[in-house]
Write a protein that binds this ligand. Structure first.
Ligand SMILES: Cc1ncc(COP(=O)(O)O)c(C=O)c1O
Length: 410
């Protein structure tokens, strides 16, 4: 981190320092009301935004990073770029000293452009295209995950200097929003054959990784996963492999009280299962934890239809844009009128549609809203995780056209 406060380091980071960053106060208002007040000022200003946009509160990212370091001091975060690859978000986390979990060549390139060293990147995609792996070899990203014997042969062929993290399946997905164990992670009986495959090929296994599932609601899942990781460390030692030195506890974290609970479970489990291996470096791959609450979406009402009591509105972002998280990430939209609801004001059952011609592009139905007009705005909180990252250009509405404004609260 460069000198000064973490916030100053973020403001001076490449990717942030040449952009306008709006300062706003959150002292008198609750966090979310303060962002809404900023958005109100923005859209009221001459030349202000006239179509859907996001606000990224960089101070929130700084706070979350501080919270991570306080609760998990022994675990270096490698931000999962896939969650939200916004350049300022990446730059902020790089300035704060985070490493990065990249899943592809493009994600690695985005991070390297910010001056991040290849050694601060884990190529955490267990199944990689040859060309991406060859690129990793060229630029010296030398750590990747695997959970299949075929992948060992591929790594040997495309990037023989690369070290491996054996991705194991977490024993319990913890009622996660997204159960990644359905696709990735070695089953317990696969651990030995996968270690032997690497041993045979002469590819180093530097450690073990897991992911308990994205948006894990039960903190205790980390304990079982850390215990299983220790069993894999012991299995490697029993095979006479060089001692493993990295434990990657993946992502799954959410900001808020469940994070503190998860951190307490993790710290206890690290002590219990890895206390006798003090040289093991522990890293994590948080995505949602840093991104979710740092972004707020403002979408504009671009159309309206009244059908008796029912109100129907069209807005300029939807399920093919950043609100794809409704389908892809189980996001529950609770839009708030930017104007606020006046006390005692009548509300109507309302449907809110996205802008495309697909009827699936429906954001909420039967949702109580006060009477709104074309040109009014709706605010969606916690819109940073798996939102813009997975939006499309369907019908010519490009997700990348949804501008991201930078701000920092104090
Ligand atoms: C390998 C890997 N690491 C980290 C993450 C980030 O997870 P989360 O956003 O739950 O922290 C994901 C999400 O899909 C992932 O696949």
């Amino acid at each position: 981190m460069v000198g000064g406060s973490p916030m100053q380091a973020v403001l001076m980071a490449p990717g942030v320092k040449d952009r306008k960053v709006m300062a706003f106060r959150r002292d008198a208002l609750k966090d979310k009301d303060a962002v809404a007040a900023l958005i109100r000022d923005m859209v009221a200003a001459a030349g202000g935004p006239r179509s859907a946009f996001h606000v990224l509160d960089l101070a929130r990212v700084v706070d979350l990073h501080r919270g991570w370091r306080r609760s998990l001091p022994a675990v270096r975060p490698f931000y999962a770029v896939k969650c939200n690859p916004d350049g300022a978000m990446l730059a902020a986390l790089a300035a704060l000293g985070a490493g990065f979990d990249c899943a592809s060549r493009a994600e690695i390139e985005a991070v390297l452009r910010l001056g991040v060293q290849p050694g601060s990147i884990v190529y955490a995609n267990p199944c990689k295209p040859d060309a991406h792996l060859e690129y990793a070899a060229e630029i010296g990203v030398n750590l990747t995950t695997y959970d299949a014997e075929e992948e060992v042969a591929k790594v040997k062929r495309c990037h023989p200097r690369c070290e491996l993290l054996l991705r194991i399946k977490a024993p319990d997905s913890g009622d996660a929003k997204v159960d990644l164990g359905l696709k990735y992670g070695a089953n317990p009986e696969e651990v030995l054959p996968l270690l032997r495959a690497a041993q045979r090929e002469g590819v180093t296994v530097a450690g073990v990784s897991f992911h308990v599932g994205s948006g894990a609601s039960r903190a205790d899942v980390y304990r079982g996963a850390i215990e299983a990781a220790r069993a894999a460390f012991d299995a490697a030692a029993a095979l006479g492999m060089p001692p493993m030195r990295i434990l990657d506890i993946g992502g799954g974290f959410m900001a808020g009280p469940t994070f503190d609970e998860a951190a307490a479970v993790i710290n206890r489990a690290l002590e219990r299962y890895f206390g006798d291996l003090p040289c093991v470096e522990v890293i994590g791959e948080p995505g949602r934890y840093f991104a979710e609450t740092a972004f707020t979406l403002a979408a504009r009402v671009i159309g309206k239809r009244v059908r008796g009591e029912l109100r129907e509105y069209w807005i300029d972002d939807g399920l093919y844009g950043s609100l794809n998280c409704i389908l892809m990430d189980h996001y529950v939209p609770r839009p708030r009128p930017l104007a606020g609801a006046r006390h005692g004001e009548e509300t109507h059952a309302s449907t809110v549609f996205g802008p495309t011609c697909d009827s699936l592009d429906t954001v909420v139905t039967g949702y109580q809203l006060p009477e709104m007009s074309v040109g009014d705005w709706l605010v969606f909180d916690d819109m940073g995780a798996y939102t813009t990252a997975a939006g499309s250009n369907f019908n010519g509405f490009a997700t990348s056209d949804i501008k991201i404004y930078l701000a920092y609260s104090s």
